[in-house]
Write a protein that binds this ligand. Structure first.
Ligand code: PLP
Length: 484
């Protein structure tokens, strides 16, 4: 709709106009040609403009290898090159002017975009079935940006109580410093989200497979409530890549800590936010001023209008052009490369992670030293219904156990493990263990710990892809040592 767009961004006010001096990232004023959008040096005829214009693949096994990249026509490199550079040389002053004026889309500065990171963004967007993505330096940055992209001081979001401890802290304390209130509700009752909603509610937030409870979130139920009230659901899908696609169940935004299963090898910290392109921000103009009101940091651009020629990507473009520009936190190109390597085997690893976890859960459930095992494969009733409704191909690789002898036995168990690593991470190819009450959730007070499902005796396991016999042997010897 070029005419309407021109009205929103009159030339005199166009922040992308040459000499404007404002933007170091550019938005095209019309749909770019493939050769404009492709990473520099990529043969656009052989590359794919974006995740959506790739051949019609929908299978994750294929997408993680092929979405968003074919080969570098200059060198023939099949692996995505690591563009370890801050800046990109302009061809001449005219080219520089066109990039800033947005008559051409291209790379300018790595804080805002980078061709290596770009491929990862396209690949994760394709995997999740979204329209575009933005990668950042950590999962925490991704969560922060996902919320701050919609909220101003005085606004609120409604979040599930079942959260990673770091996200809980961010929501309960740090966002408050910026005037953003987070209202926590128990996901056992989806209607709690509706009851906590008011005119200043900007989003719902939840994790697909939150530890320690490991009860799958009622995605479709809460997404439907939100869509009736004009509220988008943001899902942290970190613990359920491949086995769950929250956008298919009505979520509007998905985020991942790529640090975990997507990377898979415990080498790098990173995060990504995926825009589902399925939420009508304009239909609820008053609720989303950051996307529907003129943006003074962009000479009055109205994001829902300005990006129309590019597709339904106002949310993610605004996050890149404003938040990433102003708050920083980009993903390093080297880390994007490492995540791309990890992602190539993600579906295979997830298959093995899930199979091993189900075997380990069954083994632990009948072990005399174990009083309780928490894993979706063992759940019944509504929890089991949700697991079956939302997870395909496995129940994830996180599990919780409680041992005879409580906290002390749990500590002895962790110290006796020989193959499992005792670390704060999850989702590594290796098996991992930790005692959340004294580590990951230690900054929460007792009532907060209880609300998030952490008990003193709870030990968290992240089951890896080693041979199942070796996993079971290590668990067994450590359980015996803990009871000795
Ligand atoms: N979300 C979940 C579910 C997590 O487990 C974590 C980290 O453990 C995060 C977000 C934060 O990610 P990062 O550590 O990459 O900042």
């Amino acid at each position: 709709m070029p005419g309407r767009h021109a009205k929103v961004l009159p030339r005199a006010e166009n922040p992308f106009a040459t000499g404007g001096g404002v933007a170091d990232f550019a938005l095209p004023r019309r749909k770019p040609r493939p050769e404009q959008i492709a990473p520099r040096g990529l043969d656009a005829k052989r590359g794919w403009e974006n995740a959506m214009s790739a051949p019609n693949w929908t299978n994750p096994e294929t997408l993680v290898l092929h979405a968003g990249w074919r080969a570098d026509p200059t060198s023939g490199s099949v692996a995505v090159p690591i563009h370890q550079t801050t800046s990109f040389q302009f061809q001449d002053t005219g080219h520089a002017a066109r990039l800033f004026a947005l008559s051409e889309l291209g790379n300018i500065y790595t804080r805002i975009m980078n061709p290596t990171v770009d491929v990862l963004e396209k690949r994760v967007a394709a995997l999740e079935g979204g329209v575009a993505a933005l990668a950042m330096g950590s999962g925490q940055a991704a969560t922060t940006f996902a919320v701050m992209n919609l909220c101003e001081a005085g606004d609120n979001i409604v979040s599930s109580t079942d959260l990673y401890g770091g996200t809980w802290n961010l929501f309960a304390h740090t966002l408050k410093q910026f005037g953003i209130e987070v209202r926590f509700v128990d996901p056992a009752d989806p209607e709690g989200f509706a009851r906590a909603t008011d005119a200043r509610t900007r989003a719902y937030y939840a994790e697909t497979l939150p530890n320690p409870k490991l009860q799958v979130f009622p995605i479709a139920e809460v997404a439907a409530i939100g869509r009736k009230l004009g509220i988008p659901l943001i899902m942290d899908n970190t613990a359920a890549p491949v086995i769950c696609r929250p956008l298919n169940h009505g979520a509007a935004i998905v985020m991942h800590s790529t640090t975990k299963w997507i990377g898979g090898h415990g080498t790098s910290i990173g995060g990504v936010v995926v825009d589902g392109g399925n939420f009508d921000w304009e239909a609820h103009g008053d609720r989303f001023p950051t996307l529907n009101k003129p943006d003074p940091s962009y000479h009055g651009a109205v994001w829902t209008q300005a990006v129309k020629p590019l597709g339904p990507i106002a949310y993610i473009i605004r996050m890149r052009t404003c938040l990433l520009r102003d708050l920083g936190a980009p993903m390093a190109p080297m880390n994007a490369f490492l995540f791309l390597q990890g992602m190539e085997t993600l579906p295979l690893r997830i298959e093995r992670h899930c199979a091993n976890a189900t075997r380990a859960a069954a083994f632990l459930a009948q072990h005399p030293a174990v009083t309780r095992v928490i894993h979706p494969s063992l759940m019944e009733g509504e929890s089991r219904r949700r697991a079956d409704a939302y997870l395909r191909g496995g129940h994830g690789s996180l599990m919780g156990i409680e041992l005879k002898g409580g906290k002390e036995a749990g500590q002895r168990f962790i110290e006796a493990l020989q193959m499992f690593y005792h670390v704060a991470n999850i989702g590594d190819a290796r098996s991992l263990a930790i005692h959340p009450a004294t580590t990951t959730h230690s900054q929460l007070d007792e009532s907060e710990q209880a609300a998030s499902g952490v008990t003193l005796g709870y030990v968290r396991l992240s089951i890896g892809i080693e041979h199942i016999d070796d996993i079971l042997a290590d668990l067994d010897q450590a359980l015996k040592a803990a009871q000795a």
